[in-house]
Design a protein around this ligand. Structure first.
Ligand code: ZN
Length: 208
């Protein structure tokens, strides 16, 4: 018997998580492009604080880009989603507030496909809210792995290379590295005795 797919207005949530340099934004952009090619109505959002590459695009480290709207909060995002939008893409989910899971549930309940990309852990290796909650409510989870920049093994951690205890420190090459669990050192960013593997003028001189 043939499986007949009928339009059901059934929504769902997809989450793409991983370390920096693991290709999360690339994967998000790839999925959103497929939807656009199929002429689905797509809206794309990112947190207003992520202004690294200008205000109106999601850009991957490999320079893939797609137009997006910066929003100040999860509630502001919800207000901007049009009734006839079929696919909602959200990048840098870890920079949103605690309302993001509820907002995504609301959108999925309205029949929309919601795709959220974000860091699952911060520079200390701790779960980066609200992404753990997003993982719990998602129908589909994709975990992207980078390659450890020290040893070449699969990397699931984001190593901060400069000394700072701010949880949010925007930057890319030179500020962060992808590392495996063996090479990851959460204390490197908070102490002056950490092992510096990369020459960098901002790093303290290791004690002899
Ligand atoms: Zn390694």
């Amino acid at each position: 018997m043939d499986v007949v797919r009928t339009p059901t207005n059934q929504g769902w949530i997809e989450v793409i998580v991983g370390s920096m340099f693991s290709g999360k934004s690339e994967e998000l952009i790839r999925r959103l492009r497929r939807a656009q090619i199929a002429r689905q109505r797509v809206q794309i959002f990112k947190p207003a604080l992520d202004t690294r590459y200008g205000d109106d695009h999601i850009v991957s480290h490999s320079e893939m880009r797609i137009p997006s709207s910066p929003v100040a909060s999860s509630r502001a995002l919800l207000e901007q989603v049009d009734a006839d939008t079929e696919v909602v893409g959200i990048d840098e989910g870890q920079f949103f507030d605690a309302d993001l899971p509820a907002v995504c549930n609301t959108l999925a309940d309205r029949g929309k496909r919601v795709i959220v990309a974000g860091l699952d852990k911060d520079y200390l290796g701790k779960p980066f809210e609200p992404m753990p909650q997003m993982l719990a409510i998602a129908e589909y989870i994709t975990k992207t792995l980078a390659i450890c920049m020290v040893c070449g093994n699969p990397a699931n951690c984001t190593q901060r290379l400069v000394v700072s205890e701010d949880r949010v420190l925007l930057g890319a090459q030179g500020t962060y590295e992808a590392r495996c669990r063996k090479c990851f050192n959460p204390h490197l960013a908070e102490s002056t005795s950490g092992r510096a593997s990369t020459p960098n003028s901002q790093l303290p001189t290791p004690k002899k």
